[in-house]
Each structure stands twice: as C-alpha cells, then as structure tokens.
Design a protein around this ligand. Sequence first.
Ligand SMILES: C[S@@+](CC[C@H](N)C(=O)[O-])C[C@H]1O[C@@H](n2cnc3c(N)ncnc32)[C@H](O)[C@@H]1O
Length: 347
Amino acid sequence: MELTKKRLFEMVTGYQTTALLRTGLEIGVFDALADGPTDAATVAGRLGIDRRACTTLLACLALQGLLIRDGSRFALGPGVRELLVSTEPSYAGGIHRVAAGAMEWQALGRLAEAVRHGGPLDGFDSTVPDFPYWHDFAATGTFATDRLAAMVADALAATTAERPGPRILDVGCGSAAVGIELAARHPGARLWAQDWPTVLAVAEERAKERGVHDRTTLLPGDAFGIPLGGPYDVIVAANLLFHFSPERAVLLLERLAGSLAPEGSLVIAGFAAGEAAPAEELRAQLLDLMMLCTTPGGQMHSTDAYTRMLTAVGLTEHEIHTRPGFPPKVMVATRPRGADLSGPHDQ
Ligand SMILES: C[S@@+](CC[C@H](N)C(=O)[O-])C[C@H]1O[C@@H](n2cnc3c(N)ncnc32)[C@H](O)[C@@H]1O
C-alpha cells in the first residue's frame, strides 16, 4: 500500500480519535445523553465538568460520528446507544480499559525506548504477582474472550463427552471464561481456576453468575511455583504462554504436562504469530510489541514454536483448530497413555 500524505496524516493522528473516545467513555458522556438530545451545558451540569471543555468535547465526538449535532443540542449517533451506553446489555465500551487503558496507552507512548533497549519498561512488568492491569482485564474481557471460550469447548466436545466427570484446570485463567464454559457444558465437570488472588476474585464472581461456583476450586498464586494438583483431564492455557520466553513457556508446559491424566488434553489457546493473513497478523505482531514493553522475554510464539514446545515436554499428538476471520487459534495436545512426563518441574 503506497504511502500518501493523507494516509500519513491519518496514521500520525490516529491516537487523537482513541483519546476522544476514551475520554467520552471515562467521563460518561454517552450515559449522560442516554435519556435524549440535550445541550452541552446540561451535559456539563449532569457530569459536573467544565462547560466550555464539554462543548468542545461534544463537538469533536460529533465530528467523529459518535454524536449527532443539531444546533446547540447533541444526541447519540447510530449504534452508540447499543455499544457505549453502560446500562445497555450489549454495552462494549469497557474495552477501552483494556485496549486503551493506562498500561497499554503509556507503554506504547514509550515504545521507542523499549525497541532501543529491549523490554520491559520500568514499572511495566505484567508478570509480577497481582499486576493491577490483570484485574481490569479479567473484569472487562476482550471482544474475543467468549468466542475463544466457545471455540475451546467445541474443540474438546468429543473428548470431554467421553468422560463422566472431567477435571479441568484453567491456568492463568483471568475471568476463567474458558474453564467456566467447559464446566457449564458438562454438569459433572469440576474446575480448578488458577491465577493471582486479585484476579481470581473476578473468576469467582463469574463462576457464581454461570452457576458453576460449587464445582469450582480456586488455586491462587504463581503458576510456576504453587502445587497444581491433578491429574486433570483437561488443562487450558489461554492467552498465557506468550507472556514468557520460549524457555519459560517450556518450563510451564512441563509442569502442566506432568499434571495431565493419561489421554488428557493440554490446550493452548489464543494468538500465535507467523502464519496468519496480514490483517490477523498485525494484531499478533502488535501484541508481540506489547510483550516487549511489558514482560521480560515474552513474545508472540508461532504455532510451529508451540508444536516444538509440546513435543519437547512429551506431548506428541497435536491438532490445531482455527475459525475463518477469527485470529486466535486453539491447539490441543494429548498425553499418550503410559507416557512418563514426570520431569524435574513435575510434582
Ligand atoms: C492475557 S491474560 C489471559 C486470561 C485468560 N486466560 C483469558 O484468556 O482471558 C493473562 C493472565 O495470566 C495471568 N498470569 C500471568 N503470569 C502468571 C503467573 N506467573 N501465575 C499465574 N497467573 C499468571 C495474569 O494474571 C492474567 O490473568
């Protein structure tokens, strides 16, 4: 695609659109207009904010198509009520706390520093215990979270149906969307949800909402250090392993493989780099840069790299599930019956 001045200008000012949307959501502009069209002074009064600034913000949001301006009055633009008014069941505005939240916003603002010197940036190591961002991430989720959970459950449908009471470990589980989906589909299943304590508070809430709380056990702490228990019929690592270097990822996979029951399934789900179509690849590569900024050695591993890692820990049977137009992938590896996977990191 040839670079034109128009495209250059769009690229260099793209952050301004993000800032406007983020500010509208943070301040509550869309909620303040939910009852119908009104003028900027009324919105400023409802939100307790500066009147002149509010007028300019609303004018800019109108120029972005998020509001409709009629003289001095503003109304919600098409689609805005459904996606950006927080009381709507289809509300999706919380995504700004993850995709444009303080951590990603500030980290990308210092991307040149990370690219020059290698990461992580000072104060941005997201792999330390209870890094605050993960609570927001679990509470909000991404647009891919529920779809990925369903994709994993579909991929395992045949395997788990054969077992009357599958034991499932969701490691680095966040909201435990994947584990909870699996448990919800199998009334006899038991779920062990593993993550840092503050994040597990969100998973516990979600388990209550989905009615699987009485079949869920919380495993708080460091996935590299705490006893993981087991054996499990299914172990899920969703959007987790790319936070670690290949060596650390193998270390964790070794622990997980050692906690698998014979013929149990280890699932790696989420983004992988290297083989996707360009539009999908861009998301994976941007995530790779985010890993550079916010982890010591994390990187977007390819499915080939995962295949090698799984083979290295003795899991030789793999399958890869993809969905058209949906970048995340699901890799399922099976522990062969009779395999001895008890390595130095097993318990
Ligand atoms: C990108 S989120 C993925 C969450 C969830 N699996 C999902 O797919 O929505 C990564 C998660 O890994 C957790 N995590 C990172 N390092 C960890 C560690 N050493 N032990 C336990 N959890 C960890 C974080 O707290 C966070 O919830």
